[in-house]
Write a protein that binds this ligand. Structure first.
Ligand code: SF4
Length: 85
């Protein structure tokens, strides 16, 4: 299943940037490799994404615990949130 079908388009009015998401046609498994899985491909896709900052801000704001968002892994976001707590 494509990532956009599961996540981004539940409520696009709230997040208009999703229409430009670089991952919208990607396989969801790519972006949810698990804590010890290989996130390299997902991060690489994010680095070329035109809405990476919006995505990262959103992931931090609503504290998404799982998956690669805005070019960051679960661990990286946890570390960031601990530092800024
Ligand atoms: S930054 Fe990554 S996860 Fe976020 S929309 Fe872009 S490709 Fe998708």
């Amino acid at each position: 299943m494509a990532l956009s079908q599961e996540f981004y388009f539940h409520d696009p009015d709230e997040r208009p940037w999703v229409v430009n998401a670089g991952c919208r046609d990607s396989d969801a498994d790519t972006f949810f490799p698990g804590p010890d899985g290989d996130a390299e491909l997902a991060v690489r896709i994010c680095m070329g994404c035109p809405v990476r900052q919006e995505c990262l801000d959103w992931a931090i704001e609503i504290r998404i615990a799982y998956g690669v968002w805005g070019g960051t892994t679960e661990r990286e976001r946890r570390r960031f949130l601990r530092k800024t707590a």
